[in-house]
Design a protein around this ligand. Structure first.
Ligand SMILES: Nc1ncnc2c1ncn2[C@@H]1O[C@H](COP(=O)(O)OP(=O)(O)OP(=O)(O)O)[C@@H](O)[C@H]1O
Ligand SMILES: [Mg+2]
Length: 239
């Protein structure tokens, strides 16, 4: 009988039930069945979240709470709406602008984690340079449409470090295509150390740069990160 139950559970893709049905204790049939269903659903949700976390490829983070003191937030959005990822439902963008070590990547990572855990959002984290390389490589291999389709399925795309490395022409054009595709269909979070007026240094072409900025800022919130580098402060504290 045990073998048959396992076989049916497998056919029905009830993997938790297949492995654990014989361990569950209950007073009656209904309670037993309820426990099985509850555990199966919980297990599925955990697996889904783990999969989303794996796919997102977020940087490792510490667990210190996020400090907002040196960050200017525009009107129309609150700290909670940012940190909890609520702007994703409106398909709005965030631009996180400021100097090194001020928490841009940290905030982008924390809000991504929250969106995955709370809403099961599909998130993907790239540095701008790594996305450009990936797009160029896919273009050469003929797999660009496939990569674009994967990006199209996301709810939130994080583009980190816009500004540290200028893009080659092909990379700039392909990154533009991605930003264009995301326009009004999903949320983008971009971290940068450059004011808009200097984005030309990254994209290398004023017309392309203008088109990028135009799409980005239409539904976006600009957060300005002031203050000193946390990395610097933390290393001073350790000494
Ligand atoms: N506002 C903050 N609240 C709490 N911790 C912070 C904050 N900002 C930075 N930190 C800490 O400092 C580390 C460095 O910050 P982060 O990597 O986010 O900087 P960044 O703005 O992305 O810098 P860069 O432009 O050099 O990439 C974080 O991993 C975190 O531990
Ligand atoms: Mg960073």
């Amino acid at each position: 009988m045990k073998d048959k139950i396992e076989a049916y559970a497998k056919r029905l893709k009830l993997s938790w039930i297949r492995e654990h049905f014989h361990e569950v204790e209950a007073e009656n049939h209904q309670e037993y069945l309820l426990k099985l269903f509850e555990q199966e659903v919980q297990n599925r949700e955990e697996r889904k979240i783990n999969l989303l976390l794996n796919q997102a490829q977020l940087p490792k983070t510490g667990n210190q709470p996020f400090q907002w003191e040196h960050i200017q937030i525009p009107q129309g959005i609150s700290r909670e709406e940012i940190l909890e990822g609520h702007f994703i439902h409106q398909k709005e963008n965030l631009i996180l602008y400021g100097g090194v070590g001020t928490g841009k990547t940290y905030l982008a990572t924390l809000l991504s984690l929250n969106a995955i855990h709370s809403f099961g959002s599909k998130v993907k984290f790239f540095t701008v340079a790594s996305l450009a390389n990936k797009l160029i490589e896919a273009n050469q291999k003929g797999s660009l449409p496939k990569l674009m389709k994967q990006i199209e399925k996301l709810d939130l795309l994080i583009l980190d470090e816009l500004g540290y490395i200028p893009l080659h022409k092909e990379g700039a054009e392909l990154v533009f295509q991605v930003i264009s595709m995301c326009y009004e269909t999903k949320s983008l979070v971009i971290t940068t150390n450059l004011q808009f007026g200097q984005w030309n240094h990254v994209f290398g072409d004023p017309i392309l740069t203008e088109a990028v900025i135009d799409r980005l800022i239409h539904h976006s919130h600009l957060l300005v990160f002031n203050g000193e580098s946390f990395r610097y402060k933390e290393s001073l504290l350790q000494q």
